[in-house]
Ligand binder design. Sequence first.
Ligand code: ZN
Length: 298
Amino acid sequence: MSERKVLTKYYPPEFDPSQIARTPKHLRPTGPKTIAVRLMAPFSMKCTSCGEYIYKGRKFNARKETTDEKYLNITIYRFYIRCTRCSSEITFKTDPKNMDYTCERGAKRNFESWRDPESTELKETDEERLDRLEREEAEEAENAERNAMEELEQKMEESKREMQVADALDEIMQRNARIERGEKGGKEEEALAQVRDLAREKREAEEREDAEAARRAFESASVAQARLEEIKLRKQASKHDETERAPQPPPSFERVKKVKNPLVPGLVRKTEPAPAPAPAVPTKPAGLGLGDYDSDED
Ligand SMILES: [Zn+2]
């Protein structure tokens, strides 16, 4: 409970009072201002709904409302408390004229011998009180009925609006679906095809132009070109012939027997011509006298 009484409160370092905005006007509570207050019952009373006695000095958490009534420019306040047994609402007001309180509804003030016996509240007989209560009850019932009717009307209005909204939504959805089905599916394809056609036509036109240009060029330069071509061809052919005429013999590594020049011209030894050399036997490389290691034959 002690923290309730502290005079200085902790403000964190990042606290910025300028960030605390005022409540916008449309969010402020409207209607009669009520404050929660704690009070003591200013007089003894009896609950009219359950007959419970509430004695003077009983503490309540009450609501305090400022009324429009005034007495000599003194504001009159109304307090709302609840019966301790049945929780029905009991209201009473301040009475500046008599420096007292007046019980308004929900309870009956007990008899107090020190009060003015001429006051209307005390003069009220049981019959009159019953009448008053009945009247109040009827008023309340009427209010409730009116509220119910208003609520019903509001509900009907709301449902009507909802139907309208649903209809509008349905229409929009249908339109969207139609757009999706019809225009998106068809028109986009069409546009794409059109673009493709255009591109193809352009390419074809270019190709045709190229072919035309080539043909014209060939026609104009055909004679000179032909001559040049011929010369070139002839040159190439002659070159080709030369190369063909003197083909390089593939190098052979066969042992060729040298024809010995006669030591003395005119003096030739009469011998049989040397027999054709035996087919080349692969000569083994000169060994190092260590035997052969490169063959598995032996
Ligand atoms: Zn009660």
